[in-house]
Ligand binder design. Structure first.
Ligand code: SF4
Length: 302
């Protein structure tokens, strides 16, 4: 047979996905997400009997998935707890107000839509060309915390996932010189609220696939026209490149966040290096004493 190079290649239709295989993969994905969320809830004591959990719903894939998985777990949970979805309508131009109420009614979940025009404030306060996200998120948090206090919520659930935790870790490392991430559970700075992140160990790729399968009515967070923080973008690109080159690296880093060895780092607040190997009880001289002779000797003329 002669191969004529100029002949167009026959166009073959893409093989239809095998429905049984697809159903199997989706069931596996749902099970994995339930297992990871259930494990995180248990490991970090995120939810207990009598909790009233405010599930913050932005309209993005992560918060939809969080609500969906929590609802599934609630049905068979060993404790009784309440879930209420709360969205803050920040009055961004073009925000499709009907989408979340319609969705939440369709699945029969109690919900509240708060309305606060943080958009105008952020636009007015942040200089032109600067990213709006930092102030916007702070204001959103303030509004949600106020609502949680007024309504007696005992936990506030946010949809950050494993990749958010790892990206935040590197942003803190590169730009703020500290080893810190977003914890799966924390007490708010004002001491009033307990914030939980049930998706803390879930891969973002899984959340994308799950949201795609479930066809959640996604509302983009960029209606305001703000660009994602440049530093976060850089870190995101770095992590994606690493994971392409060394598959599983982000997973390894995420696991390292839960396996910290203070004695193998250098933070004197976390590990008592001063007491290590002491010969006696005499007070140790401080740095000033150690450097006294050095400070007295001037540098040669240059
Ligand atoms: S993209 Fe817009 S709505 Fe989303 S956090 Fe940033 S400023 Fe706020």
């Amino acid at each position: 047979m002669t191969l004529v190079l100029n002949d167009p290649l026959p166009i073959r239709p893409a093989a239809p996905a095998d429905p049984r295989k697809q159903a199997h993969e989706r069931a596996k994905l749902a099970k994995r997400l339930r297992r990871q969320v259930g494990q995180a809830i248990a490991d970090y004591g995120m939810i207990e009997d009598g909790d009233k959990v405010m599930v913050c719903l932005s309209g993005g894939k992560d918060s939809y998935t969080m609500l969906d998985i929590l609802l599934q777990l609630q049905k068979k949970a060993p404790v009784r707890f309440e879930l209420v979805a709360v969205n803050l309508d920040q009055k961004q131009p073009g925000f499709p107000e009907h989408v979340l109420p319609e969705y939440l009614r369709s699945i029969g979940v109690p919900f509240t839509i708060l309305e606060q025009d943080t958009y105008s404030v952020v636009k007015r306060v942040v200089p032109e060309g600067k990213t709006l996200c930092s102030l916007c998120s702070r204001m959103r948090r303030g509004a949600l915390y106020t609502h949680a206090r007024e309504q007696g919520f005992t936990k506030i659930a946010l949809g950050h996932h494993r990749d958010d935790l790892v990206a935040t870790f590197f942003m803190n490392l590169f730009f703020h010189a500290k080893l810190a991430s977003m914890p799966p559970k924390l007490r708010s700075d004002d001491g009033e609220h307990v914030v939980i992140r049930p998706l803390a160990t879930c891969r973002e790729a899984d959340l994308v696939a799950y949201a795609d399968w479930k066809q959640f009515p996604i509302i983009p967070c960029t209606l305001c026209g703000s660009q994602e923080n440049l530093q976060r973008k850089q870190v995101g690109r770095m992590l994606a490149a690493w994971d392409r080159e060394f598959p599983g690296r982000v997973d390894t880093i995420a696991r390292a966040l839960a396996d910290v060895r203070p004695s193998q780092l250098a933070d004197t607040k976390l590990f008592d290096f001063l007491s290590l190997g002491r010969l006696g009880d005499a007070p140790l001289p401080d740095a000033h004493a150690w450097l006294a002779g050095d400070e007295a000797s001037p540098l040669p003329e240059f």
